[in-house]
Design a protein around this ligand. Structure first.
Ligand code: BGC
Length: 759
């Protein structure tokens, strides 16, 4: 029995409305809905998004994830007074997101300014088994006398993306007593969105509909006795399409029929089906910890829940936005975050989803080829930010200096090319974990060759060797440098992998192979200095360093930019996020434990961690080096990015990559899972706060489960596997328990001898 946690919002606070709207957002990978309250608040940003539904609203804009017409809002009038928690008094408050079934619940006991008390309860979920379905219930009980209650709700198409309207209203209709429907088109006519809603109030109310000013609304008025409850049931079915195979009418009619079937079943039965779908997610991916810090388990459930809710597992033409489906940050664009921070979770729990995410890149290969060609390079240059089409979507400009009117150019699309090799890294990791030859023979190998061809063309002859010039590595505070170590090593890995898999799958291309051999022999791979430190790029080590402690205290806020210009930051040893340490993390077999420790020691004081993609990586590398307590401190900082006290850090959406890193920090950090030379390695070392760690893991055709306790490790596997535990090769099938005494483990968590056990 899985004892899943809940995420609670401890109190109603107008300052943190948007933080909780993001972290408690409901979703199923097809759509996401911000956890806004039913009643309006001026600062509350409503949001509902469909994976893959992007639109470009103006000439100087990029495509953005469309914020759809709102369905959550309900105007509530209690005895003539508008219900708002900014007036009256909150006598009791409870709000929680239940991870077991994805239900968001609120219960408020409220005394109005006229002194009357009401209990208001709401529940909602986005269905995991019927993707277009949202179900809500809202009920009111007058506590100390009869009440006259008015409820107004419907489909509100005045919703925008920060003022930008993407949809034209084509028609609004009502049907029978209970149904409404709005048909909308993106302004470029490329996509249709149909929103169908069912509303019913019990006990029976006086009801009518209105349609005005882009809103179709059902109004309900009811008088009830003290202690009785009035309940509004609302079900909404949201569909979209960009092919026009059916007429718009038939498309809309089908949606209505689906909704009618749901209405006949009712909230409880729909929730039960959705809960079953969640159950299977938890079975495949729940990470169980026994910790003296209860928040640790909540964070892990939060991570798995959102990693599922943000991932369009149903559609390989979509990928995961930097804020998932929880807000408009980064306009819903897809970054390297997906392959490097999010894919590992899927790879080790539901590998078919990892495949689908890689297929997204495959389906967008032509855009990447075109970007390379436009810039004069061969192969495929994947966009730094992408949306539905695979074209580059990075905005040309970022912040504006409002005194000079000069806008800051965003250089990432021009030079942050490591994304190409990151995708290649993910393809190799996918094959190693699955041995999916069919994928590798077709999509995988072509992607590896196209990305490798890019690097071979991108490298420059200089200093008697091949170098890669004018790039931005993961550390975005250091722009336009030569030989960024992360980029060069990953480019090398990209080309080497293409060659290796070409040989394995007998793909012949003599010219390619010869070029690749030259590239691999001649590409400059920055070497560690006498202290073991790999220079981040050609000039980094010659730049001055400053004390960053005050900026590190405010990590994530980019406060350094209040004191120094971007250009000044570029000329100092200041990292926004893990760069060489990121390299150590991704290619563990290339570096010794001592080298990783040396880089961590050197770069950590120079890294502000202004990106949410940073601390977790320093944590994993600390854990692999045996410093579990430091790793735990990084991991705890990582969970605070969304779940900490800062009321605004997640206003425009959760940090998807940091959510992936909560899972990775445990599995790749504390459990010490690494793929090295294609094989599975584990070297668990639990933080002092933890007594137990248990999790399922998919490896090739085996479903495995690991349980690490104080002095024993239990492994269950559905098929024979071999893996290494603290350097000892084990072959297992079925159920095994090993005592830690069977292994000689050094202080840093590595094995002191090599051996092998058959079990
Ligand atoms: C980070 C990038 C990341 C992007 C989206 C930026 O702040 O520097 O590494 O891809 O956010 O999450």
């Amino acid at each position: 029995m899985l004892n899943l946690t809940v995420l609670t919002e401890p109190a109603f606070c107008p300052h943190s409305l948007n933080k909780y709207a993001s972290v408690m957002a409901c979703g199923n990978g097809y759509m996401g809905i911000r956890a806004t309250h039913e009643e309006d608040y001026t600062r509350q940003t409503r949001g509902m998004y469909l994976a893959g539904l992007y639109h470009q609203a103006g000439r100087n804009e990029t495509n953005e994830l469309v914020n759809l017409p709102d369905i959550i809002g309900i105007d509530v009038e209690l005895d003539g007074e508008n219900f708002t928690l900014l007036a009256g008094e909150i006598l009791n408050w409870q709000r929680e997101l239940a991870f077991s079934n994805g239900e968001l619940r609120r219960s408020v006991l409220w005394r109005s300014s006229t002194g009357k008390s009401y209990r208001l309860e709401s529940r909602r979920f986005v269905s995991l088994d019927q993707l277009p379905l949202v179900a809500m219930q809202f009920s009111i009980t007058p506590v100390d006398g009869p009440a006259q209650i008015v409820l107004k709700t419907g489909i509100d198409a005045t919703q925008t993306n920060s003022g930008r309207q993407h949809l034209d209203e084509i028609s609004v209709r009502v049907f029978d007593q209970h149904f409404m429907q709005g048909i909308y088109e993106t302004q470029d006519r490329a996509s249709d969105v149909v929103i169908s809603a069912y509303c019913s109030v019990s006990p029976d109310a006086d009801s009518c509909f209105t349609a005005k000013n882009r809103r179709v609304t059902s109004h309900h008025s009811v008088n009830i006795a003290q202690g009785d409850t009035v309940t509004l049931d609302k079900l909404v079915w949201i569909t979209h399409r960009s092919d026009k195979a059916l007429s718009q009418d038939s498309f809309a009619r089908n949606a209505l029929s689906e909704l009618k079937v749901c209405a006949a079943r009712g909230y409880a039965s729909l929730l039960e089906s959705s809960s079953c779908a969640w159950e299977s997610v938890w079975r495949d991916s729940r990470v169980d910890v026994m910790s003296s810090e209860p928040q640790d388990q909540v964070a892990l459930d939060y991570a798995v829940w959102h990693l599922t809710a943000m991932t369009p597992a149903h559609d390989e033409r979509s990928s995961i936005a930097a804020k998932g489906l929880t807000g408009e940050g980064y306009k819903g664009h897809v970054f390297w975050d997906t392959e490097i921070f999010l894919l590992p979770f899927h790879l080790f729990t539901r590998p078919q989803i990892a495949r689908s995410l890689l297929r997204y890149r495959w389906l967008n290969l032509s855009g990447a080829r075109e970007k390379a060609r436009r810039n004069g390079w061969p192969g495929a240059l994947f966009p730094w930010e992408s949306a539905a089409s695979g074209q580059e979507e990075t905005p040309e400009f970022a912040a504006i200096n409002i005194r000079t009117g000069i806008r800051q150019k965003v250089a990432s699309a021009l030079a942050e090319h490591h994304i190409v090799a990151d995708i290649a890294w993910a393809i190799v990791a996918y094959w190693q974990a699955t041995h999916d030859d069919a994928f590798m023979r077709n999509e995988g190998l072509t992607l590896l060759m196209e990305t490798a061809a890019f690097w071979m063309g991108r490298a420059t002859e200089a200093n008697g060797r091949l170098e890669i010039h004018d790039v931005i590595g993961p550390d975005e505070y250091t722009e336009h440098v030569n030989n960024n170590a992360y980029t060069n090593y990953l480019a090398w890995h990209n080309v080497a992998s293409a060659v290796r898999f070409m040989a394995m799958f007998e793909r012949q291309d003599r010219r390619f192979t010869e070029n690749a051999a030259r590239f691999l022999e001649r590409l400059w791979l920055p070497e560690a200095n006498d202290d073991g430190v790999i220079p981040q790029d050609d000039t980094f080590l010659s730049k001055p360093a400053i004390d960053l402690s005050r900026y590190k205290e405010k990590a994530g806020k980019q406060t350094i930019l209040l004191d120094y210009s971007r250009a000044e930051v570029n000329e100092m040893q200041i990292l926004k996020q893990a760069d060489v340490v990121m390299l150590n993390y991704l290619l563990p077999e290339r570096f010794t434990v001592q080298q990783c420790a040396a880089n961590l020691a050197f770069y950590e004081p120079r890294t502000i961690h202004d990106s949410s993609l940073s601390k977790a990586i320093h944590g994993i590398v600390s854990a692999r080096g045996g410093d579990t307590e430091r790793a735990y401190a990084f991991w705890r900082d990582g969970i605070a990015i969304d779940l900490g006290d800062d009321p605004h850090s997640s206003d425009d959406g959760i940090h998807a990559a940091a959510t992936g890193a909560i899972w990775s920090g445990v599995i790749q950090g504390f459990a010490g899972i690494q793929i090295m030379e294609g094989e599975l390695h584990l070297a668990p070392k639990l933080p002092a706060h933890w007594q137990k760690l248990a999790f399922p893991l998919r490896w090739r055709n085996a479903r495995m489960r690991f349980i690490f306790e104080q002095d024993a490790v239990t492994v269950e596997t559905s098929a024979p596997v071999s893996f290494s535990l603290w350097g000892t090769t084990l072959r297992a099938c079925g159920h095994h328990v090993w005592s830690y005494k069977d292994f000689l483990i050094s202080d840093n968590g590595t094995a002191t001898t090599e051996g092998s056990h058959d079990a």
